[in-house]
Unconditional design. Structure first.
Length: 365
């Protein structure tokens, strides 16, 4: 990377586009990205399925998904002048999980693996800006804009159409040699670069992700009902979680990895190459009662720069209350639920009451 900082820029018209594309990919890998492909600024093919998803109401309270459909399908409407999209991914596993295995640790608080360290959105955007600056040093001025799950972009579709992998039946992108434990980012550019082509799908007849889902949120292959999905319920949804879904949530207090953990392709999952995904505040190994002691200031302190902030303190406590209700019977848990260490709002109280009933139902006479 240092060599590029002293190289005088070469007029863009004098650079072979294929050589430039290869050079950009090499720079991306040096920055810590696990992969880099060049996508067409066109996601029209994704629109019919997405409209069906919205029509069925599977997006729940995420009303923002109903907006800017034209911009999602045509990235040149989102960023005029876009001629190519540099799609990248970053692996986020710190430890490789046991293949095809979902741990059973009912007193632990399970936080999705992507969320245990620094907020990837900040990491991704920062590195995409750095990549843009490196390219600019070589070719001179061009238009660019980075995205990381931060705008109306069909990021999975763009990456899939450029060969970064295929969409699995759980609706996540799968890479044949790296599984699915990665996050995506895009750099919209005005550069005219050769596009990469789509790869083939390799899920075959496997239904492991559909079968393992604790709340049966994958209603059919490639279609997810977010209203049942633990990730949506514990992160995006702020209301009272339906009683019929609470037992399925188990002890997952922020997100869920089950459909990925069980996927055979994650036998090939790669670990992160940067420190940003390293767990903070012991969030990879924490029990429910420890988190139940948190007041709002502790929550804010321990989630600074973390994606967990998104759910908010009260919703986080709601999720922990559900986890405590699902834990094996314990006098300590029952006592802490009956006398919460901190004042909770009415929504959390509904779940505390349910958790107390669940604990009592498991108490042996």
């Amino acid at each position: 990377m240092s060599a590029t900082s002293v190289t005088p820029s070469i007029p863009l018209q004098q650079i072979d586009p294929h050589e430039l594309k290869a050079w950009i990919k090499d720079q991306a890998l040096q920055l810590g990205f696990a992969d880099c492909v060049i996508a067409r600024p066109d996601a029209q093919a994704e629109l019919p399925r997405f409209k069906e998803y919205l029509k069925r109401g599977y997006h729940g309270d995420m009303k923002f998904l109903e907006e800017n459909l034209e911009k999602r399908a045509d990235p040149t409407l989102l960023v005029p002048g876009t001629k190519s999209i540099i799609c990248v991914r970053m692996n986020y596993l710190v430890e490789t999980p046991k293949p095809r295995y979902v741990p059973d640790e009912p007193n632990s608080a399970i936080i999705a693996r992507y969320a245990r360290g620094r907020d990837y959105h900040k990491v991704m955007r920062g590195r995409l800006k750095t990549l843009s600056n490196i390219i600019r040093e070589k070719v001179g001025e061009f238009e660019s804009r980075p995205f990381a799950d931060s705008a109306p972009v069909f990021e999975k579709s763009l990456a899939e159409n450029a060969g970064m992998g295929w969409t699995g039946k759980h609706t996540l992108l799968i890479h044949k040699k790296s599984g699915s434990f990665f996050v995506l980012g895009e750099l919209f550019t005005s550069l005219e670069l050769p596009f990469d082509e789509a790869t083939t799908k390799h899920c075959g007849s496997c239904t492991a992700c559909i079968d393992i889902c604790p709340t049966q949120a994958i209603v059919e292959p490639y279609m997810l009902d977010a209203r049942k999905c633990i990730a949506y319920l514990t992160i995006e949804y702020k209301g009272i979680i339906s009683e019929e879904l609470r037992r399925g949530i188990g002890n997952r207090v922020f997100g869920c990895d089950d459909c990925q953990l069980i996927c055979p392709w994650n036998s090939f999952a790669k670990k992160a190459t940067i420190d940003d995904f390293n767990p903070r505040h012991g969030l990879d190994d924490v029990n429910l009662l420890d988190l139940w002691q948190w007041d709002e200031q502790t929550f804010l302190n321990c989630t600074e720069g973390s994606p967990i902030r998104r759910t908010g303190y009260q919703s986080f406590m709601r999720n922990i209350a559900i986890g405590l209700g699902n834990a094996p019977f314990s006098e300590e848990i029952l006592s802490k639920l009956q006398q919460p260490p901190h004042q909770q709002d009415n929504i959390v109280q509904v779940h505390i009451d349910w958790a107390i009933e669940e604990q009592l139902s498991k108490k042996k006479p």
